[in-house]
Design a protein around this ligand. Structure first.
Ligand code: ISE
Length: 337
Protein backbone atom coordinates (compact mmCIF):
# COMPACT_ATOMS: atom_id res chain seq x y z
CA UNK A 1 0.00 0.00 0.00
CA UNK A 2 1.44 3.40 -0.91
CA UNK A 3 1.91 5.99 1.82
CA UNK A 4 -0.19 9.17 1.80
CA UNK A 5 2.21 12.12 1.55
CA UNK A 6 1.11 14.95 3.84
CA UNK A 7 2.14 18.60 3.87
CA UNK A 8 1.79 20.04 7.39
CA UNK A 9 1.31 23.82 7.35
CA UNK A 10 2.16 25.44 10.68
CA UNK A 11 4.57 23.86 13.14
CA UNK A 12 3.40 25.51 16.37
CA UNK A 13 1.83 23.54 19.22
CA UNK A 14 -0.81 21.69 17.18
CA UNK A 15 1.25 21.35 13.98
CA UNK A 16 4.18 19.83 15.86
CA UNK A 17 1.78 17.53 17.72
CA UNK A 18 0.29 16.30 14.41
CA UNK A 19 3.76 15.75 12.92
CA UNK A 20 4.62 13.54 15.92
CA UNK A 21 1.28 11.76 15.62
CA UNK A 22 1.70 10.99 11.91
CA UNK A 23 5.13 9.53 12.64
CA UNK A 24 4.12 7.45 15.64
CA UNK A 25 0.47 6.50 15.76
CA UNK A 26 -0.97 6.83 12.27
CA UNK A 27 -0.09 4.19 9.70
CA UNK A 28 -0.31 4.66 5.93
CA UNK A 29 0.93 8.25 5.93
CA UNK A 30 4.11 10.24 6.20
CA UNK A 31 4.97 13.92 6.36
CA UNK A 32 6.67 14.94 3.10
CA UNK A 33 6.68 18.74 3.53
CA UNK A 34 6.39 21.20 6.39
CA UNK A 35 5.84 24.95 6.32
CA UNK A 36 6.13 27.70 8.88
CA UNK A 37 7.02 31.40 8.56
CA UNK A 38 9.60 30.77 11.31
CA UNK A 39 12.54 29.45 9.23
CA UNK A 40 14.48 28.06 12.20
CA UNK A 41 11.52 26.23 13.64
CA UNK A 42 10.48 24.66 10.34
CA UNK A 43 14.03 23.48 9.65
CA UNK A 44 14.20 21.94 13.09
CA UNK A 45 10.91 20.07 12.58
CA UNK A 46 11.94 18.88 9.09
CA UNK A 47 15.31 17.73 10.41
CA UNK A 48 13.49 15.15 12.55
CA UNK A 49 11.68 13.73 9.51
CA UNK A 50 13.08 11.43 6.90
CA UNK A 51 13.20 13.26 3.55
CA UNK A 52 10.64 16.01 4.30
CA UNK A 53 11.19 19.41 2.68
CA UNK A 54 11.05 22.61 4.79
CA UNK A 55 9.33 25.79 3.53
CA UNK A 56 8.56 29.23 4.90
CA UNK A 57 5.79 29.56 2.32
CA UNK A 58 2.66 27.42 2.72
CA UNK A 59 1.87 27.39 -1.01
CA UNK A 60 5.36 26.04 -1.79
CA UNK A 61 4.88 23.21 0.72
CA UNK A 62 1.49 22.36 -0.80
CA UNK A 63 3.12 22.19 -4.26
CA UNK A 64 6.11 20.12 -3.07
CA UNK A 65 6.75 16.73 -4.70
CA UNK A 66 4.90 13.82 -3.13
CA UNK A 67 2.13 15.86 -1.47
CA UNK A 68 -1.21 13.99 -1.62
CA UNK A 69 -3.03 15.79 1.20
CA UNK A 70 -2.65 18.89 3.37
CA UNK A 71 -2.97 19.32 7.14
CA UNK A 72 -3.40 22.97 8.13
CA UNK A 73 -2.38 23.95 11.66
CA UNK A 74 -1.39 27.56 11.04
CA UNK A 75 -3.22 30.45 12.80
CA UNK A 76 -6.86 30.93 11.69
CA UNK A 77 -6.31 34.02 9.47
CA UNK A 78 -3.96 31.96 7.24
CA UNK A 79 -6.45 29.11 6.69
CA UNK A 80 -8.53 30.40 3.78
CA UNK A 81 -5.62 31.04 1.44
CA UNK A 82 -4.00 27.71 2.33
CA UNK A 83 -7.25 25.79 1.74
CA UNK A 84 -7.87 27.48 -1.61
CA UNK A 85 -4.34 26.56 -2.73
CA UNK A 86 -4.94 22.94 -1.79
CA UNK A 87 -8.34 22.87 -3.51
CA UNK A 88 -6.81 24.21 -6.72
CA UNK A 89 -4.67 21.07 -6.65
CA UNK A 90 -7.70 18.96 -5.65
CA UNK A 91 -5.95 17.81 -2.47
CA UNK A 92 -7.88 16.62 0.60
CA UNK A 93 -7.49 18.98 3.57
CA UNK A 94 -7.69 18.58 7.32
CA UNK A 95 -7.88 22.11 8.73
CA UNK A 96 -7.60 22.89 12.43
CA UNK A 97 -10.47 24.95 13.82
CA UNK A 98 -11.60 27.61 13.18
CA UNK A 99 -12.03 26.87 9.47
CA UNK A 100 -11.82 30.62 8.90
CA UNK A 101 -12.12 33.39 11.47
CA UNK A 102 -15.11 34.87 9.67
CA UNK A 103 -18.11 33.26 7.95
CA UNK A 104 -17.44 35.04 4.64
CA UNK A 105 -14.11 33.22 4.28
CA UNK A 106 -15.86 29.90 4.98
CA UNK A 107 -18.42 30.69 2.28
CA UNK A 108 -15.57 31.20 -0.21
CA UNK A 109 -14.17 27.79 0.76
CA UNK A 110 -17.61 26.24 0.20
CA UNK A 111 -17.88 27.95 -3.19
CA UNK A 112 -14.52 26.49 -4.25
CA UNK A 113 -15.63 23.00 -3.20
CA UNK A 114 -18.92 23.37 -5.00
CA UNK A 115 -17.07 24.30 -8.18
CA UNK A 116 -15.14 21.05 -7.81
CA UNK A 117 -18.40 19.24 -7.14
CA UNK A 118 -17.06 17.29 -4.14
CA UNK A 119 -16.05 17.76 -0.53
CA UNK A 120 -12.33 17.78 0.16
CA UNK A 121 -12.17 19.85 3.36
CA UNK A 122 -12.52 18.45 6.87
CA UNK A 123 -12.45 20.69 9.96
CA UNK A 124 -10.47 19.60 13.03
CA UNK A 125 -13.36 19.48 15.49
CA UNK A 126 -11.73 16.51 17.18
CA UNK A 127 -14.30 16.08 19.94
CA UNK A 128 -16.47 14.23 17.41
CA UNK A 129 -13.84 11.48 17.57
CA UNK A 130 -13.67 11.29 21.37
CA UNK A 131 -15.05 7.99 22.71
CA UNK A 132 -17.21 9.68 25.38
CA UNK A 133 -18.67 12.19 22.93
CA UNK A 134 -19.39 9.34 20.49
CA UNK A 135 -21.26 7.44 23.23
CA UNK A 136 -23.31 10.49 24.12
CA UNK A 137 -24.16 11.04 20.45
CA UNK A 138 -25.28 7.39 20.12
CA UNK A 139 -27.43 7.70 23.26
CA UNK A 140 -29.10 10.89 22.05
CA UNK A 141 -29.66 9.51 18.53
CA UNK A 142 -31.24 6.38 19.99
CA UNK A 143 -33.62 8.52 22.08
CA UNK A 144 -32.05 7.11 25.27
CA UNK A 145 -32.87 10.18 27.37
CA UNK A 146 -35.77 11.45 25.30
CA UNK A 147 -35.95 14.81 23.58
CA UNK A 148 -32.93 16.89 24.64
CA UNK A 149 -33.78 20.04 26.59
CA UNK A 150 -30.37 21.26 27.79
CA UNK A 151 -26.67 20.74 27.34
CA UNK A 152 -24.76 22.05 30.36
CA UNK A 153 -21.12 22.44 29.31
CA UNK A 154 -17.96 23.41 31.15
CA UNK A 155 -14.77 24.16 29.29
CA UNK A 156 -11.81 25.01 31.48
CA UNK A 157 -8.16 25.53 30.57
CA UNK A 158 -5.40 25.76 33.20
CA UNK A 159 -4.03 28.99 31.69
CA UNK A 160 -4.49 30.94 28.48
CA UNK A 161 -1.60 31.57 26.09
CA UNK A 162 -0.17 35.12 25.98
CA UNK A 163 -1.85 35.95 22.65
CA UNK A 164 -5.36 35.05 23.87
CA UNK A 165 -8.05 37.75 23.59
CA UNK A 166 -11.55 38.02 25.08
CA UNK A 167 -13.05 37.30 21.63
CA UNK A 168 -10.97 34.12 21.42
CA UNK A 169 -12.74 32.68 24.47
CA UNK A 170 -15.65 32.43 22.04
CA UNK A 171 -14.04 31.92 18.60
CA UNK A 172 -11.19 29.63 19.70
CA UNK A 173 -12.57 27.82 22.76
CA UNK A 174 -16.40 27.84 22.85
CA UNK A 175 -16.34 27.08 19.12
CA UNK A 176 -15.77 23.45 20.18
CA UNK A 177 -19.04 23.43 22.17
CA UNK A 178 -20.75 25.12 19.23
CA UNK A 179 -19.72 22.28 16.94
CA UNK A 180 -20.34 19.58 19.55
CA UNK A 181 -23.84 20.91 20.28
CA UNK A 182 -24.76 21.12 16.57
CA UNK A 183 -23.49 17.57 16.06
CA UNK A 184 -24.92 16.01 19.22
CA UNK A 185 -28.34 17.53 18.74
CA UNK A 186 -28.42 17.54 14.93
CA UNK A 187 -29.65 21.14 15.11
CA UNK A 188 -28.33 24.56 14.16
CA UNK A 189 -27.57 27.29 16.68
CA UNK A 190 -30.04 30.14 16.18
CA UNK A 191 -29.06 32.74 18.81
CA UNK A 192 -26.26 33.57 21.24
CA UNK A 193 -26.08 35.56 24.50
CA UNK A 194 -22.96 36.12 26.61
CA UNK A 195 -22.57 37.08 30.28
CA UNK A 196 -19.17 38.18 31.56
CA UNK A 197 -18.69 38.26 35.35
CA UNK A 198 -15.89 40.24 36.98
CA UNK A 199 -12.78 38.54 35.59
CA UNK A 200 -10.77 36.13 37.71
CA UNK A 201 -7.74 37.77 39.27
CA UNK A 202 -5.71 35.05 37.51
CA UNK A 203 -6.63 36.47 34.08
CA UNK A 204 -4.15 38.75 32.31
CA UNK A 205 -5.11 42.45 32.38
CA UNK A 206 -8.10 43.12 30.10
CA UNK A 207 -9.07 39.49 29.44
CA UNK A 208 -12.80 38.82 30.08
CA UNK A 209 -12.36 35.42 31.66
CA UNK A 210 -14.54 33.54 32.58
CA UNK A 211 -17.70 33.91 30.51
CA UNK A 212 -21.07 32.21 30.30
CA UNK A 213 -22.30 31.65 26.76
CA UNK A 214 -25.92 30.68 26.06
CA UNK A 215 -26.79 29.07 22.75
CA UNK A 216 -30.36 28.55 21.52
CA UNK A 217 -30.98 25.83 18.95
CA UNK A 218 -33.35 25.31 16.03
CA UNK A 219 -35.05 22.45 17.92
CA UNK A 220 -35.77 24.56 20.99
CA UNK A 221 -32.95 23.28 23.22
CA UNK A 222 -30.66 25.55 25.27
CA UNK A 223 -26.92 25.06 25.69
CA UNK A 224 -25.00 26.85 28.44
CA UNK A 225 -21.22 26.94 28.30
CA UNK A 226 -18.97 28.08 31.13
CA UNK A 227 -15.70 29.02 29.47
CA UNK A 228 -12.89 29.63 31.95
CA UNK A 229 -9.43 29.67 30.39
CA UNK A 230 -7.39 30.55 33.48
CA UNK A 231 -8.94 28.17 36.00
CA UNK A 232 -5.51 27.19 37.28
CA UNK A 233 -6.15 23.56 38.22
CA UNK A 234 -6.05 21.84 34.84
CA UNK A 235 -7.99 21.02 31.70
CA UNK A 236 -11.63 20.07 32.09
CA UNK A 237 -14.34 19.57 29.49
CA UNK A 238 -17.73 18.34 30.64
CA UNK A 239 -21.08 18.03 28.98
CA UNK A 240 -24.30 17.03 30.68
CA UNK A 241 -27.25 16.39 28.40
CA UNK A 242 -30.67 16.68 30.01
CA UNK A 243 -33.63 15.22 28.17
CA UNK A 244 -37.31 14.58 28.84
CA UNK A 245 -36.45 11.06 30.05
CA UNK A 246 -33.09 11.37 31.78
CA UNK A 247 -29.63 12.89 31.75
CA UNK A 248 -26.14 11.82 30.71
CA UNK A 249 -22.79 13.27 31.73
CA UNK A 250 -19.43 13.00 29.96
CA UNK A 251 -16.08 14.36 31.12
CA UNK A 252 -17.18 13.93 34.71
CA UNK A 253 -13.93 12.39 35.82
CA UNK A 254 -13.43 8.78 36.77
CA UNK A 255 -10.70 8.24 34.21
CA UNK A 256 -7.04 7.99 35.14
CA UNK A 257 -5.55 6.94 38.46
CA UNK A 258 -7.43 7.26 41.73
CA UNK A 259 -5.16 7.77 44.74
CA UNK A 260 -6.20 7.03 48.35
CA UNK A 261 -3.76 8.21 50.96
CA UNK A 262 -3.66 9.85 54.40
CA UNK A 263 -7.45 9.93 54.69
CA UNK A 264 -7.99 11.53 51.29
CA UNK A 265 -9.06 10.21 47.92
CA UNK A 266 -8.05 12.06 44.79
CA UNK A 267 -7.63 11.65 41.05
CA UNK A 268 -5.47 13.29 38.44
CA UNK A 269 -6.53 16.04 36.06
CA UNK A 270 -5.05 16.38 32.57
CA UNK A 271 -3.34 19.75 32.20
CA UNK A 272 -3.89 20.22 28.52
CA UNK A 273 -6.18 19.40 25.59
CA UNK A 274 -3.41 17.52 23.76
CA UNK A 275 -3.51 15.07 26.70
CA UNK A 276 -7.28 14.97 27.41
CA UNK A 277 -8.12 14.57 23.72
CA UNK A 278 -5.02 12.62 22.60
CA UNK A 279 -7.10 9.59 21.57
CA UNK A 280 -9.59 11.79 19.73
CA UNK A 281 -6.77 13.47 17.78
CA UNK A 282 -5.37 10.03 16.89
CA UNK A 283 -8.71 8.69 15.70
CA UNK A 284 -9.48 11.87 13.79
CA UNK A 285 -6.19 11.63 11.92
CA UNK A 286 -6.44 7.89 11.25
CA UNK A 287 -9.92 8.25 9.77
CA UNK A 288 -8.92 11.31 7.75
CA UNK A 289 -5.83 9.55 6.35
CA UNK A 290 -7.94 6.52 5.31
CA UNK A 291 -10.54 8.75 3.64
CA UNK A 292 -8.00 11.13 2.08
CA UNK A 293 -6.25 8.16 0.44
CA UNK A 294 -9.54 7.74 -1.48
CA UNK A 295 -9.91 11.47 -2.16
CA UNK A 296 -12.66 11.88 0.46
CA UNK A 297 -13.06 13.38 3.94
CA UNK A 298 -14.55 11.66 6.99
CA UNK A 299 -15.75 14.22 9.51
CA UNK A 300 -17.02 17.75 9.99
CA UNK A 301 -17.11 19.55 6.64
CA UNK A 302 -16.87 23.14 5.41
CA UNK A 303 -20.57 23.72 6.21
CA UNK A 304 -19.82 22.82 9.84
CA UNK A 305 -16.87 25.21 9.77
CA UNK A 306 -19.08 27.92 8.29
CA UNK A 307 -21.89 27.43 10.81
CA UNK A 308 -19.40 27.55 13.70
CA UNK A 309 -17.85 30.76 12.31
CA UNK A 310 -21.30 32.36 12.02
CA UNK A 311 -22.09 31.47 15.65
CA UNK A 312 -18.70 32.81 16.80
CA UNK A 313 -19.33 36.07 15.02
CA UNK A 314 -22.77 36.42 16.60
CA UNK A 315 -21.29 35.52 20.01
CA UNK A 316 -18.55 38.13 19.76
CA UNK A 317 -21.13 40.78 18.84
CA UNK A 318 -23.44 39.61 21.66
CA UNK A 319 -20.61 39.92 24.20
CA UNK A 320 -19.61 43.36 22.92
CA UNK A 321 -23.13 44.81 22.89
CA UNK A 322 -24.55 42.92 25.87
CA UNK A 323 -27.55 41.74 23.85
CA UNK A 324 -28.85 38.46 22.45
CA UNK A 325 -27.80 38.03 18.84
CA UNK A 326 -29.53 35.91 16.22
CA UNK A 327 -27.29 33.72 14.05
CA UNK A 328 -27.74 34.21 10.34
CA UNK A 329 -26.93 31.33 7.99
CA UNK A 330 -27.21 31.11 4.19
CA UNK A 331 -29.31 28.25 2.79
CA UNK A 332 -27.39 24.99 3.06
CA UNK A 333 -26.03 24.11 -0.41
CA UNK A 334 -26.93 20.69 -1.81
CA UNK A 335 -23.33 19.44 -1.52
CA UNK A 336 -23.55 19.73 2.29
CA UNK A 337 -27.02 18.27 2.87
C1 ISE B 1 -7.49 25.61 21.89
O1 ISE B 1 -7.20 26.22 20.66
C2 ISE B 1 -8.24 24.35 21.67
O2 ISE B 1 -8.64 24.01 20.58
C3 ISE B 1 -8.59 23.63 22.91
O3 ISE B 1 -9.29 22.44 22.65
C4 ISE B 1 -9.41 24.53 23.79
O4 ISE B 1 -9.67 23.89 25.01
C5 ISE B 1 -8.67 25.83 24.06
O5 ISE B 1 -9.49 26.66 24.87
C6 ISE B 1 -8.32 26.52 22.76
O6 ISE B 1 -7.61 27.70 23.02
Amino acid sequence: MSMLGIAVLGTGKMGADHVRRIGRTVGGARVVAVADPDADRVKEVAAGLDGASAHTDAAAATAAPGVDAVLIASPGPAHEEAILHALRRELPVLCEKPLTPDPKGALRVMEAEQRLGRKLVQVGFMRRFDAEYERLKELLDAGGIGRPLFLHCRHRNAASPSFFTSDMLISDSVVHEVDAARWLLGQEITAVSVLSPTPTSAAPEGLRDPRLVLLETSGGAVVDVEIFVNCGFGYEVRCEAVGEAGSALIGGGGEGMLVQSAGRRYGEIAQDFTVRFADAYDRQLRRWVAAAAQGRVAGPDAWDGYAAAAVSRAGIAAARDGVRRAVELVDRPALYR
